[in-house]
Design a binder for this molecule. Structure first.
Ligand code: G3H
Ligand code: ZN
Length: 278
């Protein structure tokens, strides 16, 4: 199957009442692993890469690998730009064939967030690509981006923000955190209040560490996508770490890389299955 357009992916998820995992990749092996895990589970989701990760390659290379990784898939898989930090990154990913985009201007004052998000949305919508934006800020560490301050999403600002940005999905801050150093404490009543006033579906970042029961509850309040990064990176690094601990002369990269693909695929399969059990 080709990479699936984000609108079609979300419609598929709504039709079959799925939550879509968005799994962060960093390299070739993790990209193949994510596709493998989704295909083995036969459940839909996204391969995603953040602006921060574009330092290691470029949107064209990433899209080429992702297209190859999903070519035998029978479940729909999209390719998403996560935490898009600039219009240049948004444009480069759209032009490379990404099928879903997040523009993350949540670190800016409200009016600037609106302006930057709107600009990206107008560009993406010209190409029929949905746009995720963020209102509020998560604590924690997302790759190189560390945010000390939590700023929960204000329900009173949601309708205006969604309308003025023209976004298709909204990433919210309701006690979710990035990374594995902090414990998420999801404020379900706040999520429910946001859902009541929000005309678009919701996204939870910081999926690693959120208990399954909380995710199943969040599904009742507009959740359509949940992002996972740290859990997969930990699985990938663990493969090489265990090998090195056993043998400091270890140098069989191809064997370990294939093993890492299996380990990350197993984690992706476990997560996508878990979030869709209810
Ligand atoms: O955008 C990426 C996710 O929010 C990653 O969060 O590393 O806590 O799973 P996580
Ligand atoms: Zn995130």
């Amino acid at each position: 199957m080709k990479l699936v357009n984000g609108y079609d992916l979300m419609n598929y998820a709504r039709k079959y009442q799925h939550v879509l995992p968005a799994f962060n990749t960093t390299n070739l092996e993790m990209t193949y692993a994510i596709a493998k895990g989704l295909m083995e589970a036969n459940l839909p989701g996204y391969i995603q890469i953040s602006s921060n990760n574009l330092r290691l390659s470029n949107p064209d290379v990433i899209a080429m690998i992702a297209r190859d990784a999903v070519k035998d898939a029978e479940t729909p898989i999209g390719l998403h730009l996560d935490h898009g930090k600039s219009f240049a990154d948004v444009k480069a990913c759209v032009d490379a064939g990404f099928t879903s985009i997040m523009v993350d201007a949540s670190h800016l004052p409200f009016e600037e967030n609106v302006r930057e998000s709107r600009r990206a949305a107008e560009y993406c919508h010209f190409y029929g690509i949905p746009v995720e934006v963020e209102l509020g800020a998560l604590q924690g560490k997302e790759e190189d981006v560390v945010n000390e301050e939590e700023c929960k999403t204000d329900p009173d600002m949601v309708a205006d923000f969604v309308e003025r940005t023209g976004c298709d999905v909204l990433a919210v801050s309701v006690g979710n955190v990035h990374g594995l150093c902090l414990n998420p404490r999801i404020d379900i009543p706040l999520l429910a209040r946001i859902h009541e006033v929000c005309p678009v579906p919701l996204v939870l970042h910081g999926g690693s560490g959120i208990p399954k029961e909380v995710i199943w509850e969040a599904k009742k309040h507009g959740l359509i996508k949940i992002n996972y990064g740290s859990d997969l990176r930990k699985a990938y690094i663990g493969t090489f770490g265990r090998a090195y601990e056993q043998n400091h002369n270890e140098h069989d990269v191809i064997h370990l890389s294939l093993e890492a693909v299996d380990d990350v695929a197993a984690k992706a399969r476990e997560l996508v299955t878990m979030i869709n059990e209810h």
